[in-house]
Design a protein around this ligand. Structure first.
Ligand code: ATP
Ligand code: MG
Ligand code: MG
Length: 564
């Protein structure tokens, strides 16, 4: 969960509060509904919702839906569900478009104040007016800036009433072109866009820009601290200029914090779409991606993401965090919150010839060696057990401490066995069966390996192990583009894995609140069924699972993964 000490008690956000120590604090998380949220947005959500909560205030989820060209219905629900999944409850869900009437009136007011004009210039003209190619020539205003208030009102109403095609006219704020800040160079406030809007239908053919909308919506909603990322630093001036000029009743204060990204993660919508469309990944929620729906599907707990954000803290610098560091935090979180089970990825049967009296014994195995509150479960010992292919060698060697002919190994939570012989498939050369005997009287073996019993209580499953989707840490910079940097082995599939019988209880008790010590977030999906597969890694159930088939994703490896 969020750590208030590192997030709000000191540091950047504490200073922001000190600048304006008001109550109640009102904030907003304002995504544009034009794509799925990604890991960077988790920080924005934590900052805005967390800051309000810490100060006993409220945070709106505001859909910044002023561009009907890019926005789609599916994103609204996806965004809201991710906010809730992270454990936050919007005070209200609002839409910038709720304010279209009020924004329009404010635009007329701005015109009446002599602070906006309808302009007919094209992009080339604007560039010249703003100082030309290198911004080196003097800035100037076009003749439209001299139109009378009456003429501007008439033209603006004309824009509203459909008398202009897109780009034939737009409303510009009359700011201060002598200011060194480009955000003061008579920015666009309204443009003609002949597109129906998902909420207001065809009522409008003009739509307000971000620069016009955001500060006013913040003011209308009584936002006290408007927290955004540093690319908006220069926008602070235009933000304040507009709110001051139209004399809004509640003046919000904009402050900027650094963006978060993760190395090797592609977050741009266009690139993600290409990866999905060209089937490099299974979908927008593929566990190799860093959209929040992907991170959820992979099994990363929401509370672990908040822990990660807390650890990084909030400053004004943008940071690119190594994926290994992200995984380290997730691993640490899982280590104390999920039960342990045995999973065999690539099973080979071992027949224990003298299993005799032990056959059918119910072994009691704790779900966690560290946390007794998690309880224990029973595993039935069978004459045939499955072990992982990698734990057996046909030819023994001195530095090998697992199973080989004549060599003993321990079965976790059970007995010691010694291999006697094995059989191979002559065509594939693969070992098909190992024969063994019990060896409980001998020396304690160096290694204990995972195993599952060969009976109906063990469950077959498909296991997917993901590696980084890209070979380099900065695929954007790869020669030949990011698609040429794709790791061809980023998904390993084990179709015949077997998980022990304890899985059923692990599933029933998920998400193990007695271990997590918390219950925030939504924990109803398959991905909340998480466990540590001893000696293998951390796993969660995939959404491809059905009544008859278990599919598992590796969340993270047990130790830092050196290979890619
Ligand atoms: P993207 O282009 O990656 O979708 P965006 O800036 O368009 O990002 P919005 O949908 O407008 O994203 O985002 C809503 C809020 O999330 C904004 O306040 C934005 O500053 C913040 N945000 C977006 N990306 C990040 C990030 N990487 N780190 C922290 N905050 C972010
Ligand atoms: Mg966005
Ligand atoms: Mg944006």
């Amino acid at each position: 969960t969020l750590d208030p000490d590192s997030m709000f008690k000191s540091g950047f956000l504490a200073e922001v509060y000190k600048e304006r120590p008001v109550k109640p604090v009102m904030t907003r998380f304002p995504p544009e509904p034009n794509g799925f949220l990604h890991i960077g947005h988790a920080k924005a959500i934590a900052v805005n919702f967390g800051f309000a909560k810490y100060h006993g205030g409220h945070c709106y989820l505001r859909f910044d839906d002023t561009n009907p060209e890019a926005e789609e219905e599916i994103y609204f629900t996806a965004i809201e569900s991710m906010v809730r999944w992270l454990g936050f409850d919007p005070y209200k869900i609002t839409y910038s478009s709720d304010n279209f009437d009020r924004l329009y009136e404010t635009a007329e007011k701005l015109i009446t104040l002599g602070k906006a004009y309808v302009c007919h210039c094209g992009d080339d003209d604007l560039k010249l007016q703003r100082g030309g190619e290198k911004g080196a020539s003097p800035r100037f205003r076009c003749a439209h800036a001299d139109q009378s208030v009456e003429e501007n009102i008439k033209k603006f109403r004309g824009m509203r009433d459909g008398e202009y095609k897109p780009r034939e006219a737009f409303l510009r704020m009359k700011q201060d072109i002598t200011d060194g800040n480009p955000q003061m160079w008579d920015l666009a406030a309204y443009r003609v866009l002949d597109k129906p809007h998902h909420r207001t239908g065809s009522k409008w053919v003009i739509y307000p820009t971000y620069d016009f909308t955001h500060c006013l919506c913040d003011a209308f909603e009584g936002i006290t601290h408007s927290l955004c990322t540093t690319e908006f630093f220069l926008s602070r001036t235009s933000y304040e200029w507009l709110n001051d000029t139209v004399e809004v009743e509640h003046k919000p204060m904009q402050r900027e914090y650094g963006r978060l990204s993760i190395s090797g993660a592609v977050l741009s919508k266009r690139k993600l779409k290409e990866l999905v469309d060209k089937k490099y990944v299974r979908g927008w929620d593929d566990p190799r991606l860093y959209t929040l729906i992907a991170v959820r599907r992979r099994g990363i707990p929401p509370a672990a993401i908040l822990e990660f954000v807390s650890e990084l803290g909030v400053t004004t610098t943008n940071s690119i965090i190594q994926s290994a560091r992200f995984e380290q935090t997730i691993r640490r979180y899982l280590e104390r919150t999920v039960p342990r089970l045995m999973l065999v990825l690539d099973p080979v049967p071992v027949v224990i010839e003298d299993a005799g009296e032990f056959e059918g014994t119910e072994l009691t195995v704790p779900f966690s060696p560290k946390n007794p509150a998690m309880g224990d479960h029973k595993i039935k010992f069978t004459k045939t057990v499955y072990i992982d292919r990698s734990d057996f060698r046909e030819v023994d060697s001195k530095e090998f401490y697992r199973l080989a002919p004549g060599k003993s190994v321990g079965l976790l939570g059970a007995y010691v066995i010694k291999a006697t012989s094995f059989t191979k498939n002559p065509e594939t050369g693969k070992v098909t069966e190992i024969r063994a005997v019990l060896d409980n009287e001998g020396k304690k073996p160096k290694t204990f390996i995972q195993w599952v019993s060969a009976d109906s209580t063990s469950r077959k499953c498909e296991v997917r192990i993901h590696h980084q989707l890209f070979l380099s840490e900065n695929p954007q910079a790869a020669e030949g583009g990011y698609l040429s940097d794709i790791n061809p082995n980023s998904e390993e599939v084990y179709p015949d894995a077997i998980v022990e019988s304890g899985f059923d209880e692990a599933k029933r008790r998920a998400p193990w609140p007695e271990a997590a010590g918390e219950t925030d977030g939504t924990h109803s999906g398959p991905e909340s069924v998480r466990f540590q597969a001893m000696r293998v890694g951390y796993f969660a159930m995939d959404s491809d699972s059905t009544e008859d088939k278990i599919v598992l994703n590796r969340i993270v490896s047990l130790k830092e993964d050196k290979e890619k």
